[in-house]
Design a protein around this ligand. Structure first.
Ligand SMILES: *Cc1c(COP(=O)(O)O)cnc(C)c1O
Length: 350
């Protein structure tokens, strides 16, 4: 670090992204991307004519994209905000709803970005331990006065909580915001989006990075009551008004409109997930029940770090978090059926 680094920046806790190798040597099962290309409709939308318009700023209101999202979920434009990935949306939410004397609560084992953002905004963070079996029990959050953030399904466990549990949280204290991060909801969990009209304190975030094959397009969004969206826009217009670029606006709208392709991709992932979980279990792995596009699994023969390293040596990248409680596990993204067959074969070799 330089001698110019501010004390505030010294206190940051930057997130470590999964490895993104520049070459294609690896079967990449480490960052929960889709194994499928974007919808053909997305490729059609990204024409040369549109690329030529890049000299003009993008629409700061993201009208086309937000409209497609609103339509898909039966909501109004006023219920939607889009961002440069849902990580940005989460940052807007932390800044909008938390601050001095108003912290954030999230699980001890969950998406690492919550921790990073809490540090970025100097927030008090309450880390609420998952239960022994890695389940999240909403009882543990009922009396927390600040903002509650729940990834549903959770990462890296893949385990989901029922929407009825989230409802209890929302009703218990209407004076605080509950953020439900539904990055993986399309792979099998119960979405809280239908509850957006009912609760003024519910904010649901989603992303096109996983189920819509657009990780590189950086498109995330939040759905909530119009007043919450106004608050998020207040932060957005203080930070980066043109936060979604022209091509991503088009790509995101096209991906949203192609429901058929989306359903087919999600179905393929669910089927391959079931197959992979069964194969791993047959080989002595403990596999947590996953509602996401990844499995969190522990071998009875190799410690997590060793499995990660051995797979990497053999061209397969998975994610290992050398962290208390979960160091025996690896998180394995569900790739194509062929990729998962290669994984299982490699495990047999080991
Ligand atoms: C991947 C992920 C996100 C955000 O992804 P973006 O690519 O920034 O949209 C958010 N939450 C969880 C739990 C994730 O795993």
């Amino acid at each position: 670090m330089s001698r110019f680094l501010s004390p505030e920046a010294q206190r940051l806790a930057p997130y470590t992204p999964g490895e993104q190798p520049r070459d294609q040597r690896y079967i990449k099962l480490n960052t929960n991307e889709s194994p499928f290309p974007p919808s053909p409709k997305v490729l059609e939308a990204l024409s040369r004519t549109e690329a030529e318009k890049l000299y003009l700023y993008s629409d700061p209101a993201c009208t086309g994209l937000n409209g497609a999202i609103a339509k898909r979920y039966g909501l109004a434009l006023e219920n939607v905000i889009s961002g440069n990935g849902s990580d940005e949306i989460l940052a807007f939410a932390f800044r909008a709803f938390c601050g001095e004397g108003k912290g954030a609560a999230f699980a001890d084992i969950t998406y690492g970005f919550y921790e990073a953002q809490a540090a970025l905004f100097g927030l008090e963070a309450r880390r609420v331990p998952l239960r022994e079996d890695f389940s999240l029990n909403v009882e543990d959050y009922l009396d927390f006065p600040g903002t509650v953030v729940i990834a549903n399904p959770n990462a890296p466990t893949g385990m989901a909580v029922p929407a009825a549990d989230i409802r209890r949280l929302l009703e218990r204290n209407p004076g605080r915001v509950v953020i439900v991060d539904e990055a993986y909801v399309d792979f099998g969990a119960e979405s809280c989006v239908p509850m957006v009209r009912e609760y003024a304190n519910l904010l649901v975030t989603q992303t096109m990075s996983k189920s819509r094959s657009l990780a590189g397009g950086r498109i995330g969004f939040a759905l909530g009551a119009p007043e919450l969206i106004v608050d998020l826009n207040r932060v957005k217009y203080s930070f980066n008004p043109y936060n979604v670029n022209r091509l991503s606006l088009l790509a995101g709208a096209a991906a949203m409109e192609d429901g058929e392709y989306f359903q087919a991709c999600c179905k393929a992932v669910r089927e391959t997930r079931a197959w992979t979980a069964a194969e791993l279990e047959r080989r002595g792995f403990t596999v947590l029940p996953s509602s996401a596009n990844f499995l969190f699994a522990k071998s009875d023969r190799f410690p997590g770090g060793e499995l990660y390293r051995k797979l990497k040596e053999n061209g397969i990248l998975v994610r290992w978090f050398g962290k208390e409680r979960i160091r025996d596990f690896c998180r394995i993204t569900i790739g194509s059926r062929e990729q998962m067959e290669a994984l299982v074969e490699q495990i047999d070799q080991l």
